[in-house]
Design a protein around this ligand. Structure first.
Ligand code: KG4
Ligand code: ZN
Length: 357
């Protein structure tokens, strides 16, 4: 499997981060993320129209900053990757329109990327930051680590919670999925009920420090021999807890108990899947992969089972364009190209998914 070996510009605007990155092969020369958190905080969640407008304002400065940090100009760019699915249609359109305009004016190939394939590819990053530039070209042909495929990936974000068997790049099988809320949503809704604000995952992680994870009993969702998830009962249980305890509630202990409920289920299902499928490696990707408790616990469980554990650097867990560049890079290297009719889709299956055997 090879990667696009010339400078690639990647763009991501599927939700509430405007991001642009420059890559050469698997080396990230720059990765700029303009977050809209402050804009959406007052509503406690993402407002689609406001997100699209904010992307319009941020997209060109963010691209310019990414080029500047990579010490490159537009004329140096040889390919463009952009998230075109799934996501908020208005938000996606901003990135896709900018990418098409640049592809047309520079005369370089364009590739649309599935957001989750971007998350799955975030573990492939070779080097990160400005220092990456010096050896990026030399290292652009460094092979992927031995034994990387097949591996089991836990994709945990604000919109998705899935276990994916990655047989190779572009060759996937969904082996487990949430039947209701995503893990990130469970963090966000729980945080809101506990008065910890938005976005909730990081707030819960911080509030849980020093808290007692056994203080409050919270449900674990589905029981039995399944690789699926269910988090909606958790939200109701936190609501009941808040109503019952009133002012006497320990937010610290409640945050620790909520984090424990989510993390223990994620670790349990991931290990069950990796072991059932005989995987030698397990990857943890998506915004919730930034959770330090989850990283630590899943890493330790993998170590006990003799399974290699892969997680992207924290900067590549929540939405970013570098991961979109990594996915676009292998697809461009395969010779795939999109035309100027590239469309945006609010929902879309991961490409290359084959049914369970
Ligand atoms: O991947 P992402 O940036 O956006 C989507 O594609 O959805 O994921 C965002 C999610 C949010 O639900 C946020 O609360 C969660 O990732 N998140 C965390 C942490 N940082 C972000 N959840 C738990 N612990 C964290 N440290
Ligand atoms: Zn995401």
């Amino acid at each position: 499997m090879s990667f696009f070996s010339e400078p690639l510009l990647a763009v991501e605007t599927s939700c509430d981060e405007t991001s642009a990155a420059v890559l050469v092969g698997r080396s990230v020369l720059s990765n700029v993320v303009a977050s809209q958190i402050d804009l959406h905080r007052k509503w406690g969640g993402v407002v689609p129209e406001a997100a699209a407008r904010a992307h319009v304002e941020a997209i060109l400065p963010v691209i310019e900053e990414a080029l500047g940090l990579a010490s490159l100009g537009l004329a140096d760019i040889r390919g463009i990757a952009v998230t075109n699915r799934p996501g908020l249609v208005g938000a996606l359109s901003v990135g896709v329109t900018a990418a098409k305009a640049l592809s047309f004016s520079l005369g370089v190939p364009l590739i649309g990327v599935h957001h989750l394939e971007g998350h799955l590819c975030s573990v492939l990053v070779l080097s990160d930051g400005p220092g990456a530039r010096d050896d990026a070209v030399a290292r652009s042909s460094v092979p992927l680590p031995e034994g990387l495929f097949p591996h089991t990936a836990l994709v945990v974000s604000g919109g998705h919670t899935e276990l994916v068997q990655v047989r190779g790049l572009g060759d996937y099988e969904i082996v487990g999925i949430t039947r209701d809320d995503a893990a990130g949503e469970a963090f966000d809704k729980g945080a809101r009920l506990l008065g910890l604000g938005y976005p909730g995952g990081f707030a819960i992680q911080e509030a849980a420090k020093g808290g007692d994870p056994k203080r409050y009993a919270l449900p674990r969702g589905l029981s039995g021999d399944t690789m699926d998830f269910s988090f909606s009962g958790l939200k109701t249980a936190v609501l009941r807890l808040v109503e019952k305890e009133g002012a006497a509630i320990s937010v610290k202990d409640a945050a620790a108990s909520l984090q424990e409920a989510i993390v223990s289920v994620l670790v349990d299902r991931s290990m069950r899947a990796a072991e059932a499928l005989g995987s030698r490696a397990l990857s943890l990707v998506g915004g919730v992969a930034a959770n330090l408790e989850l990283r630590g616990r899943l890493g330790a469980a993998c170590e006990r089972s003799g399974i290699a554990f892969l997680a992207p650097p924290l900067s590549l867990c929540t939405d970013n364009a570098a991961m979109i560049g990594l996915a676009g890079s292998f697809r461009l290297a395969l010779g795939e190209r999109d035309g100027f009719d590239l469309d945006v889709f609010p929902n879309a299956d991961l490409p290359g998914v084959t049914p369970s055997s």
